[in-house]
Design a binder for this molecule. Structure first.
Ligand code: SF4
Ligand code: SF4
Length: 327
């Protein structure tokens, strides 16, 4: 049975729950709706309630220097080159029809036509790509594979990125398809988008895992490119209309916001949100920066000790708001 096979009975009806899920999702999908996907992670347990499938979409409007997924920033596919595997045979350079690869290994995205001949010819498997255009119907099939687990664990699908709102029309189509299938839908987001987009997407989202990275507009803009006014307008709208849908997330980053945790907890409390997740700084995305031939800003920083954030759990408890360390 291949991964997209679904069970159909003698009368041509879908005969299992996965098939019914797919059928309902596809009813909500326009034919040929395409979306750029970076990765799909099954059996995720940190991106919302229960067991989930997390879809990482391409494209982001911010550029946080600690980002664990820098390959998602560009909507277009991105080449990752693993120097530790590369045997310097230069077959990739030779085969590239557009001279997008030169040595010492450099890849020019603006010259690349995404033919992937370089990936195919690399015997050392040193080249990979982040990004593939998928039909939303195929994404639906992928998501519905684990329908039984969602039902048993009260899980569902989480749409992450990048920033999911960046490919807005396709993202909206995906949201509608997920809701048509009866899935619980969580969205991991920066909140850095217009309220017009929020209003269109809101009916199809059950849970916002929404970042609050900093409350100083100048610092946020300088370091991440984020627009605090936009983000706070979205927080305010959600606070007024559906505060129970929101979990505020704060990546705690050395020398950027590590002294702002109390301010963010107070801010979340003032907006009647019930939960804040403090996400300790980690370096798990470091190799991706290297594979994109970029400097990682936090090269010398160690992973943050979770214990150091525990006092904020009590700080929240004293104020009637649940603070969790980690997602
Ligand atoms: S083909 Fe692969 S191993 Fe050879 S130079 Fe290119 S990346 Fe390195
Ligand atoms: S995908 Fe094609 S055009 Fe792009 S770098 Fe590889 S060989 Fe060159």
């Amino acid at each position: 049975m291949n991964q997209y096979t679904i069970d159909v009975d003698a009368k041509g009806r879908y005969s299992n729950s996965r098939g019914k899920c797919m059928a309902r999702m596809n009813e909500g999908v326009q034919k040929q709706s395409m979306i750029q996907v970076s990765n799909i992670e099954r059996f995720a347990t940190h991106d919302g309630p229960g067991i989930r499938t997390t879809i990482f979409l391409k494209g982001c409007t911010l550029h946080c220097p600690w980002c664990a997924n820098p390959e998602t920033w560009s909507i277009q596919p991105v080449l990752l080159h693993d120097a530790s595997k590369c045997i310097q045979c230069r077959r990739c350079e030779t085969i590239c029809p557009n001279h997008a690869i030169t040595f010492p290994f450099t890849w020019k995205q603006d010259l690349c036509s995404d033919c992937r001949k370089c990936e195919d010819i690399c015997l050392a498997e040193a080249i990979s790509f982040s990004g593939r255009k998928m039909e939303i119907a195929d994404l639906a099939a992928e998501v519905c594979k684990d329908w039984d687990y969602y039902e048993q664990s009260h899980g569902g699908v989480t749409i992450s990125g990048g920033e999911p709102f960046t490919q807005f029309e396709a993202f909206l189509a995906l949201l509608k398809a997920c809701k048509a299938a009866g899935l619980h839908v969580a969205v991991e987001t920066t909140g850095n988008f217009t309220q017009e987009k929020l209003l269109q997407a809101l009916p199809y989202i059950d849970c916002f895992l929404m970042d609050c990275k900093h409350l100083d507009a100048d610092k946020l803009a300088a370091v991440t490119g984020g627009n605090l006014a936009l983000i706070q307008a979205n927080f305010a709208y959600l606070s007024k209309h559906c505060p129970d849908k929101v979990i505020v997330r704060m990546p705690v980053i050395p020398r950027f916001n590590e002294d702002c945790c109390k301010d963010v907890i107070d801010y979340a409390k003032s907006l009647h949100f019930k939960e804040v997740h403090l996400l300790p700084f980690h370096t798990m995305g470091k190799s991706k920066w290297h594979q994109m031939q970029k400097d990682f800003h936090y090269e010398k920083d160690a992973m943050m000790d979770k214990e150091s954030l525990l006092p904020y759990v009590d700080y929240g408890k004293a104020r009637g708001i649940h603070v969790q360390i980690g997602g």
